[in-house]
Design a binder for this molecule. Structure first.
Ligand code: ATP
Ligand code: AH0
Length: 369
């Protein structure tokens, strides 16, 4: 998984039948170099009209695929056996209303270099069917929550409604109601704007430990202006392109680095609080890199009624949830299980998705038929 934060590639091995999680294995992260990060960033502005075979795009695609090859090889070195790869690719454009979502990555190259079948292009079928193409992690969040509910661990029986909140570059929520029904969608910007702001003012692409934001004050005027965007009034399911709110950096540009960071942190937290849900969740289980930022966690605690807890409280690895998710979704895809659902992506009906690329014929254990 290479998410919208552009920090690198996360890889995780799980054993799954596409419904439950039998075992979690090795996991690791490989960072993007600053040059690759910049090259991907440069594609955002051109993605709406660049040709799929443009040399500059193919070069970036090959470089980021090669990092995925390394990640899989390292997992193979630890685990000895892997049956199937789920390869999300790097989103460079996401405009479901225009019928397009684009994750770059050369699945055939990844398959050829690893000798393994690869499931990729997880979002296109959903968008073609009229869905948002995102988020997809709710399938995995729901499977993890279901295992927790069944565990009988303290509090797990009375835990609904509950929300899993992923604070990545963009933030998304999975809400599970008292009856188990799922409602999901993107809440708004996560870390991406704050990362871009920090890079501009400190030269480091992250407000490490929320230090900049902690030293600043929220500019309520700027915040109100941003939160008046119609996106924040749209009901779930809904999704965002990382760059949709890039203009916010202009709105806060007159603020000091500290006040700008504080305002961007407040934007992340308040856009979560403003997201209309059927009932207030009793617990907010937070995963993704944003949970490492104490300023974001404090802001969430201030604006949300329920308990705000990192997913580690349930024994999950909050840095690997998305990587595990795309392994899970790969198996679901191979088995023809749904990746689209009205309450998750807004697609009209349950439908599967993803594509299989296989450069070398090798049987996948457990999937002989
Ligand atoms: N110690 C820290 N202090 C502040 N922020 C942190 C820290 N550690 C991680 N982060 C934030 O987490 C981000 C990475 O989060 P994550 O890996 O969940 O994003 P992603 O998966 O790329 O995004 P998405 O979920 O949108 O696809 C970093 O870019 C940074 O903003
Ligand atoms: C188009 C796209 O890549 N969207 C990402 C992004 O990052 C977070 C949020 O926006 C979510 O909708 C999605 O990723 C996660 C993994 C998802 O599909 O659930």
């Amino acid at each position: 998984m290479s998410g919208t934060s552009l920090d690198g590639v996360d890889a995780a091995l799980i054993e799954t039948d596409g419904h439950g999680i039998r075992h979690r294995g090795a996991s690791l992260s490989l960072p993007y170099t600053p040059e690759l990060r910049e090259a991907v960033y440069a594609l955002f502005a051109k993605a709406h009209d660049i040709a799929v075979d443009a040399p500059e795009l193919r070069a970036v695609e090959r470089a980021l695929t090669d990092i995925h090859v390394q990640a899989v090889q390292r997992i193979l070195a630890i685990e000895g056996q892997v049956d199937l790869i789920g390869f999300h690719g790097q989103t460079i454009y996401h405009a479901p209303k225009l019928g397009r979502t684009w994750q770059i990555g050369d699945a055939l190259h990844l398959s050829g270099q690893t000798g393994l079948p690869v499931i990729h292009d997880f979002r296109s079928a959903d968008v073609a069917a009229g869905g948002e193409g995102a988020p997809l992690a709710p399938w995995y969040h729901a499977a993890c929550l279901s295992a927790w509910h069944k565990s009988g661990e303290d509090g797990s029986d009375s835990a609904r409604p509950v929300a899993v909140l992923n604070i990545g570059g963009v933030a998304n929520v999975t809400y599970v109601g008292r009856d188990g029904a799922i409602l999901a969608g993107d809440t708004g910007p996560g870390n991406a704007l704050l990362d871009d702001w920090a890079l501009r003012h400190t030269g480091i692409a992250c407000d490490r430990d929320g230090a900049l934001a902690r030293a600043g004050n929220v500019d309520e005027g700027c915040l109100d202006k941003v939160l008046s965007d119609p996106f924040f009034r749209r009901p779930l399911p809904r999704s965002l392109d990382r760059q949709t709110f890039a203009g916010v950096l202009d709105i806060v540009s007159t603020l000091s680095p500290e006040d700008g960071a504080a305002t961007l942190v407040a934007l992340t937290a308040r856009s979560v609080a403003q997201t209309a849900l059927p009932e207030a969740p009793l617990r907010w289980l937070v995963c993704g890199g944003g949970r490492h930022n104490p300023s974001i966690m404090r802001a969430l605690n201030e604006v949300l009624a329920g308990d705000v807890l990192p997913v580690e409280k349930l024994g999950w690895d909050g840095d690997m949830v998305e990587a595990e998710c795309f392994a899970f979704l790969a198996v679901r895809s191979l088995r023809g299980l749904p990746l689209s659902a009205p309450g998750i992506t807004g697609a009209p009906e349950l439908a599967t998705g993803g594509r299989l690329s296989c450069a070398a014929i090798r049987p996948v254990a457990g999937f002989a038929s």
